[in-house]
Ligand binder design. Structure first.
Ligand code: SAM
Length: 418
């Protein structure tokens, strides 16, 4: 029989290993890594431990190295076990005795004695973590000074943002959910409660969507009045956060994605919220529309480094190769999508990436291709405290609106077809 709590710690080690050595996302690794963990609480604990290690790994390693005569090899098991032990004491407030009881059995012999010694030394010293995490070297090098802003937003796991089906009821829902609103149609609450038990979930009054992720559909605007049904193509739409916003704003929506399971989730989301859209499972590079659209939203696949507050695995997994691969796909998708617009139609391009190659560089490439006129975003279209960049485009990062709980990193650009 396993010691209670041990399977959760073993699963945390497996999750971290899957991210660092196999380049998997935490979500991809979860079903295999958590298969032997019983109970929702222990599964959530395993994910929380892995998340905190991935968020603070450079700082946890610096502490470990300060207590050994020679640095342990990067991939040594005692290092990994010490990382999860320290993350629990320093981030999750787990008592040291519980951490020892569920950590040391993961090792045996000399490595176990070593880990015990290092852990005892560090707890006796009453070590702490810095206020802001140190970024993994690769991310720090890539981002330069911009990395400081990103790191500032990483220290605290983010709050939970909800998008309302009826933005006219923002004040009422903020009050009912005990949250605050940073924009009509947005309510921010504390993370922690089971989403499906909150008021309004069953009746589909809202869905979970980061404030930054709600901006692309907002910036596409509402359909023009008095012109009959206006059609929007939501490209790369699943699981449908932006599809629901567009449908709620009055567009006739065609939502396309090539991932079958994600399209199923999009359909479930539409059903729960009572919103309508045509859902198509197809590849952007193979599908052809029968007629042009009044508007297109392309929420392109990307490295997702902008979601590093909730998915700290991206800090470790993403490098130049992944960025270049995504940039190539984005460029080809933009070229294809822009050919499907009616004259006068609007195109919004968005990525939840912090990489310029996936944002600014893509937008300038489309500017240079001709046939589309940029439509600058104005300050009034954004939440208070955010401004468009010098080109009238939106670049958010996790360090922005920090006092209000921050937001994901996104890049958003908008054009009109000539
Ligand atoms: C950023 S996510 C979309 C999030 C979604 N717009 C929302 O708001 O809920 C990118 C999506 O692109 C889809 N995708 C990637 N490559 C694709 C392709 N070639 N054709 C269609 N969809 C694709 C993925 O399945 C994924 O669902």
């Amino acid at each position: 029989m396993d010691i209670p709590g041990l399977p959760a710690r073993r699963a945390a080690l497996n999750l971290i290993d899957a991210v660092l050595r196999r380049g998997e996302t935490l979500d991809q690794a979860a079903s295999a890594a958590l298969s032997r963990v019983r109970g929702d609480n222990d599964r959530a604990l395993a994910r929380a431990i892995a998340g905190e290690v991935l968020r603070w790994r450079a700082d946890l390693d610096a502490l470990i190295d300060s207590a050994t005569r020679q640095p342990l090899p990067e991939d040594a098991k005692p290092r990994a076990v010490l990382e999860i032990m320290l993350a629990q004491v320093l981030r999750l407030e787990t008592p040291a005795h519980a951490v020892i009881a569920t950590g040391l059995p993961l090792l045996s012999g000399g490595p176990r004695r070593l880990a015990h010694g290092v852990f005892s030394t560090l707890t006796k010293r009453e070590v702490t973590l810095p206020e802001v995490p140190t970024l993994p070297e690769r991310a720090a090098q890539r981002w330069g000074a911009f990395g400081d802003a990103v790191a500032a937003g990483l220290a605290v796991p983010p709050p939970l943002d909800l998008a309302l089906r009826d933005p006219g009821q923002t004040v009422e829902w903020a009050e009912r959910l005990g949250g605050v609103s940073l924009m009509p149609g947005h309510v921010r609450i504390e993370r922690g409660e089971q989403v499906s038990t909150l008021p309004g979930y069953g009746e589909g009054a809202w869905w979970v969507q980061d404030l930054a992720a709600s901006l692309p559909a907002r910036l596409l605007g509402k359909p023009a009045e008095g012109q009959g049904m206006m059609r929007v193509l939501d490209l790369c739409a699943a699981p449908g956060g932006k599809t629901m916003q567009l449908a709620a704003a009055g567009w006739q929506v065609t939502a396309l994605d090539n991932a079958g399971r994600r399209i199923e989730r999009l359909k479930e989301n539409l059903e729960r919220t009572g919103l309508k859209a045509e859902a198509i499972k197809a590849d952007v590079f193979k599908w052809e529309p029968e007629e042009a659209f009044d508007a297109i939203l392309l929420d392109a696949p990307c490295t997702a480094t902008g979601t590093c507050r909730r998915h700290p695995d991206v800090l470790h997994r993403v490098g130049e190769r992944q960025i270049a691969e995504m940039a190539e796909i984005q460029q080809a998708m933009l070229a294809r999508a822009s050919g499907w617009l009616k004259p006068g139609g609007r195109l919004v391009y968005a990525v939840c990436s912090l990489e310029r190659a996936e944002g600014e560089v893509q937008a300038r490439g489309l500017d240079a291709a001709g046939g589309l006129t940029p439509v600058p975003v104005t300050e009034g279209e954004l939440p208070a405290g955010l401004s468009p960049d010098g080109e009238g485009r939106v670049r958010t990062d996790p360090g922005m609106l920090a006092e209000a709980g921050g937001l994901d990193g996104f890049y958003i650009a908008r054009w009109r077809k000539d």
